[in-house]
Design a protein around this ligand. Structure first.
Ligand SMILES: [Zn+2]
Length: 138
């Protein structure tokens, strides 16, 4: 069996048994109700390492913002900078909500849909174009 054939076989198998993995997991959890609690108790460093990784990602992603400035007035203070979605229909999430949660790649894909404005310029823009308005680059 070549790699391709193997992949195709597995795909067909999953199609014939759509609930196999779901049922297996549910059955396992029913038989071992304390598994996750015991695991967490036995590996206290595991949770801490996940939290640390998230914090580091948030710090790393914040440095993206430090390299930016308001497109309209040049403001540099990162506390005052907003990401304005040029087309609200393309918007998946507000950048501030996903900071440190999304991967770098996913975050950058969202950021390219935006332009950077300070909060005053952002509010002024929305006063002009309305809440759902699309920004046309001049
Ligand atoms: Zn501004």
């Amino acid at each position: 069996m070549t790699r391709e054939e193997q992949r195709e076989y597995m795909r067909a198998w999953r199609e014939r048994h759509p609930n196999y993995y779901k049922d297996y997991g549910a059955k396992y959890r029913a038989e071992n109700p304390d598994y996750y609690r015991n695991y967490r108790a036995a590996h206290p460093e595991y949770r801490a390492s996940i939290i640390r990784a998230k914090q580091q990602r948030a710090i790393r992603q914040k440095t993206i913002k430090e390299s930016l400035r308001c497109k309209s007035c040049g403001e540099l203070d990162i506390a005052k900078l907003h990401f304005h979605h040029k087309n609200p229909r393309e918007k998946e999430r507000t950048i501030g909500q996903v900071w440190g949660h999304w991967s770098d790649e996913h975050l950058l894909k969202e950021i390219v849909k935006c332009e950077v404005l300070c909060l005053q310029c952002h509010f002024a823009l929305h006063k002009r174009i309305g809440r759902q308005g699309i920004t046309i680059d001049e």
